[in-house]
Design a protein. Structure first.
Ligand SMILES: Cc1ncc(COP(=O)(O)O)c(C=O)c1O
Length: 397
């Protein structure tokens, strides 16, 4: 049996795979076993901020494996504390709880909100329409994508959704029993939708009135992807709780939830925990990743190259207005909304040696490694241009 048949035989059929059998990956390229090279504009779903095979991250992992791989959170681990210091240093938040994944960071945030609310008669949780916060039952209660929710009811009680950027609905749904509002400042899975300044302003003004927690889900948009450490920084606000994951572990499973000072004692000893969260090997990789990203001043690099990417895509849109309806996003988180469903476009890009993703049916989602250069943008945009041109010829025949 070949690899694809064995995969189909032994793994649950939860992932639709791209038709590539990976041999290895290096820099911003993935290499297939068939010898083909692919420019990766999806970065392991926003994980590989430094691209692949980064020597500093690899050395940190090997160094920690040689010391110890797991001892449990019952012990003091220098590498875990160093990572926490680094995260607090770049974020300006005082404390972090470490998890294995994004969805676990969301679960921890839900528990913080409920525990905080339990002494204030507040239990309601709000999230936005079209949001994605993960797939465990708590996180899925917040996630508003029918295709992920269907058949998994009942969800957590007292969870409701507010229309994305719908200020009036927000005003109507928030009240004194609201414990927390969960927000992706740039929705990723939902189609790369950027939250409006007006909505954020109203959210924080309602927070002052009704005293609830704002949770920023920065799992996809955080850690320099938007050009700033967190995407909410573009709005000049400070959420109470911030969830992170994806690039945090440099490719190893690692997430975290940051809490601002007034909430730092909500979860006391024994109130929350995990066997693997904050694993020392993942922490070593995370520390190397954060150090490398900040030393390289990656935020300004992303801002500069991200502008070039958006500009190049806007030029493509002006050539093909009948095909591309909108280009939106911030930094290296960009959505190209097409007038047709886009899975076919993604397959055509793959055959041209370029990787991207389709989300929300008709949005080509780009989450390239943060280290891409203008030459990679040129290559990507020219391949996309060729694909769109071929497609337009076929559809106008
Ligand atoms: C905004 C957001 N929140 C939460 C999650 C869930 O993270 P994970 O897949 O690491 O559990 C994701 C994953 O795509 C995400 O994009």
């Amino acid at each position: 049996m070949n690899l694809r048949d064995r995969e189909s035989q032994y793994l649950l059929h939860t992932y639709k795979r791209l038709p590539i059998e990976i041999d290895h990956a290096d820099g911003v390229y993935i290499y297939g076993k068939d010898g083909k090279k692919y420019l990766d504009f999806f970065g392991g779903i926003a994980v590989n901020a430094l691209g692949y095979n980064n020597p500093r991250v690899k050395a940190a992992i090997i160094g920690q494996v040689e010391r110890y791989m797991h001892v449990s959170n019952l012990f003091y681990m220098d590498v875990q504390v160093e990572l926490a210091e680094a995260i607090c240093g770049i974020s300006g938040y005082p404390k972090v709880f470490l998890t294995n994944s994004g969805t676990e960071a969301i679960e921890a945030a839900i528990k913080i909100a409920r525990k905080w609310g339990s002494t204030r008669n507040k239990s309601g949780l709000l999230a936005l329409s079209n949001s994605f916060h993960g797939r465990t039952m708590g996180a899925l209660s917040l996630t508003d994508r029918p295709k992920y929710r269907q058949g998994f009811e009942p969800f957590l009680p007292e969870v409701d959704h507010v229309g994305f950027n719908n200020v009036n609905e927000l005003r109507a749904k928030v009240n004194d029993s609201t414990a927390a509002v969960f927000v992706e400042f740039i929705q990723g899975e939902g189609g790369v939708n950027v939250i409006s300044k007006e909505f954020v302003k109203e959210l924080f003004s309602l927070k002052r009135k009704h005293d609830f927690i704002v949770v920023a889900d920065e799992i996809q948009g955080g850690i320099y992807r938007s050009g700033k450490v967190f995407s909410f920084e573009h709005y000049g606000v400070r959420p109470d709780v911030v969830t992170m994951a994806k690039p945090l572990g440099g490719g190893l499973p690692l997430g975290g939830v940051l809490v601002d000072e007034p909430l730092q004692d909500v979860l006391g000893y024994g109130a929350h925990g995990t066997t693997f969260g904050g694993n020392p090997v993942a922490c070593a990789a995370g520390l190397a990743t954060i150090s490398e990203l900040s030393e390289r001043k990656i935020g300004s690099h992303v801002t500069e190259v991200g502008k070039y990417l958006t500009q190049s895509l806007l030029e493509l849109r002006s050539k093909f207005p009948g095909f591309i309806s909108e280009v939106r996003g911030l930094g290296h988180m960009v959505g190209v909304e097409c007038k047709i469903e886009c899975p076919e476009i993604i397959s055509e890009l793959v055959s041209k040696g370029v990787l991207a993703n389709c989300t929300n049916g008709n949005v080509i989602r780009l989450l390239p490694p943060l280290v891409i250069e203008r030459e990679h943008v040129d290559l990507f945009v020219s391949r996309l241009g060729e694909t769109v041109l071929e497609h337009s010829k076929v559809t106008t025949k």
